[in-house]
Ligand binder design. Structure first.
Ligand SMILES: [Zn+2]
Length: 378
């Protein structure tokens, strides 16, 4: 396909000029040559520009469909990223093999494509799950969870996944995978997971690995959700006992009227000690709250420093992240993970003693509206 014809169809002046410059620089005259550059160039910047040109030229659905079968993974990945939303639904059948691609990033693009197609693609995925073989059959399972969450799984698949998780829980005792921390969690001084579930109003616990629990928490927290969709408030990851602490990731008290310090105070009246920690992967937010015997001894939230209560020994000689004053200039800021490491446990790379295993449990919102969608790592 001639580049000239594609360039002439581009309506946005700036992007057309960008692509024009790139193809002139590289001496490219046909669309296929862009894929060749992506596949063969050693220069990261050139590959990135080629990927942009490849998608901005809008070469047409058929061209991109064919490119999802290109021998080079990056070409397949960019091609798969061109299919989004309900208009991609008509290509769902042809995109099924991309769900089973050997490359992780290509599979992820395909999952996002199916996730945005909406529930109308489910019959095809269920049919594929019943009749296909090998990798495509496994890809359909991932697709179903991405589109509609675990509630859409067949009874048989649910049983299979439960067995698989049990095996993984055993293996994981020795694993120290990093947990991506973004959002808030509670640390409660108890080994009694059932009591924690009860106090937090959580039901229907299902066993999970640390990776699956963290994956669900991150999925729900980062999910794009409309008002009233109850994605962040539907399920909660409660760990086994970690060095005598039970950690609660998620928002079990989302629709209540109590503030974080009030919740910690109540939890600490029941369990003796309860903490809250917050970290953000995006904007540098952090927070911690320490309550003992029904009283808050320390509360700090970088976004509401005027509300803070008390101070901690561990903060001595350290700066608080909201404080941009001159006195604070030479001090290293302290973050919730460091406070947690000192006063409870830091979940980032937890290597201490674990008793029992984690569970995902449903809040009232989860029981009413179902589990959030999104493919999760096990
Ligand atoms: Zn809710």
């Amino acid at each position: 396909m001639e580049i000239r014809a594609l360039l002439d169809r581009m309506t946005h002046e700036d992007t057309r000029r960008e692509v024009e410059d790139f193809v002139a620089e590289q001496g490219i005259t046909s669309f296929d040559e862009i894929a060749e550059v992506i596949a063969t160039s050693d220069d990261g910047q050139v590959v990135r520009s080629a990927c942009r040109a490849f998608s901005m030229l809008a070469a047409g659905d058929e061209v991109y469909l064919e490119a999802t079968r290109h021998p080079h993974a990056t070409v397949r990945q960019v091609a798969a990223s061109m299919f989004r939303g309900e208009q991609a639904l008509r290509y769902a059948g042809e995109l099924l093999p991309v769900l089973a691609d050997e490359d992780h990033y290509v599979r992820r693009e395909a999952l996002w494509a199916f996730g945005t197609m909406g529930p109308d693609v489910l019959p095809l995925l269920h049919e594929t799950r019943r009749t296909a073989k090998g990798a495509v059959r496994r890809g359909a399972l991932a697709g179903i969870v991405e589109v509609a969450g675990p509630d859409a799984l067949s009874q048989q698949d649910r049983k299979m996944i439960e067995r698989y998780i049990q095996v993984k829980i055993e293996e994981e005792m020795y694993g120290t995978e990093e947990m991506h921390l973004c959002g808030g969690w509670y640390a409660i001084r108890t080994e009694d997971q059932n009591a924690v579930l009860g106090v937090c109003g959580l039901k229907d616990p299902t066993p999970v690995t640390k990776i699956l629990g963290g994956s669900a928490w991150n999925n729900d927290h980062h999910a794009w959700a409309k008002e009233g969709e109850h994605v962040r408030c539907a399920r909660v990851y409660v760990t086994g006992s970690w060095d005598g602490w039970t950690l609660v990731f998620g928002e079990p008290f989302a629709h209540g009227t109590r503030s974080v310090p009030e919740i910690c105070a109540v939890l600490s009246a029941v369990f003796g000690e309860a903490h809250y920690y917050g970290m953000s992967c995006g904007d540098g937010w952090t927070a911690w709250c320490i309550a003992e015997g029904g009283e808050v001894v320390r509360y700090y939230d970088a976004s509401k420093p005027e509300d803070q209560i008390g101070e901690l020994d561990v903060e001595d000689g350290r700066g608080l992240p909201h404080d941009w004053s001159d006195e604070n200039e030479d001090l290293d800021d302290i973050w919730a993970t460091e406070v947690a490491e000192e006063l409870s446990v830091d979940p980032t790379y937890f290597e201490g003693d674990i008793e029992g295993h984690g569970v995902l449990a449903l809040t009232q919102c989860g029981r009413t509206y179902g589990s959030p969608k999104g493919f999760l790592q096990i």
